[in-house]
Design a protein. Structure first.
Length: 150
C-alpha cells in the first residue's frame, strides 16, 4: 500500500497582522516587499508575571514603559507595585491582588499611574492567578493597557 504524497500547507497569517499592500493573498505576514514581518500597529499592552514559588518576575518592555519604570532597575516586586499608583488607587489594587492571590479569581480595574517625572497615566489592568496542580495560586499574570480617554 503506498502512502499519499504530503500536501503543501500554506502559511496562515495571524488575524491581527496588518497588511500594507493591496496584492494577492499569498500568506505572507505584513505584506512587506522584502518578505520580513511587520509588527502590527495597535494599542500597547504590557505584560508581567510574578512566580510565587521562585520569586522570579518577568515584565515586557511595554510594562516598564506604562508604569514609568527604568528597565535597568528590573521589574517591581508585587509589594512595590502600589508605589507606582496614585494614593487613591492603592486600595483598589490591593483588593484586586487579594481577589487573584487569595481567592483565585480574575481581577480587573482602571488605575492611575504616577510617573517619576510627575506625569500621570491611566491604565486598564487585568490580572489572573496561575493555579498549581493542587489548586493553589503559584503565580500572578497581569496585563496593562492605556485606558481610552473619556
Amino acid at each position: 500500500m503506498s502512502m499519499p504524497a504530503p500536501t503543501a500547507r500554506r502559511a496562515v497569517r495571524p488575524r491581527d497582522a496588518r497588511r500594507t499592500d493591496a496584492g494577492a493573498d499569498d500568506g505572507s505576514v505584513g505584506g512587506r516587499v522584502d518578505g520580513t514581518a511587520q509588527a502590527p500597529s495597535g494599542p500597547v499592552v504590557g505584560s508581567a508575571e510574578w512566580d510565587l514559588l521562585t520569586d522570579d518576575v518577568r515584565w515586557s518592555a511595554e510594562m516598564f514603559r506604562l508604569l514609568g519604570c527604568d528597565p535597568g532597575h528590573g521589574p517591581l516586586s508585587l509589594d512595590r507595585l502600589p508605589d507606582r499608583l496614585a494614593e487613591a488607587d492603592r486600595p483598589q489594587l490591593r483588593r484586586m491582588m487579594t481577589d487573584a492571590l487569595v481567592h483565585g479569581r480574575h481581577a480587573f480595574g482602571t488605575l492611575q499611574v504616577c510617573h517619576p517625572d510627575g506625569g500621570r497615566g491611566t491604565v486598564e489592568c487585568a490580572g489572573e492567578p496561575v493555579l498549581g496542580t493542587d489548586g493553589t495560586v503559584t503565580a500572578l499574570r497581569m496585563l496593562l493597557r492605556p485606558a481610552d480617554p473619556a
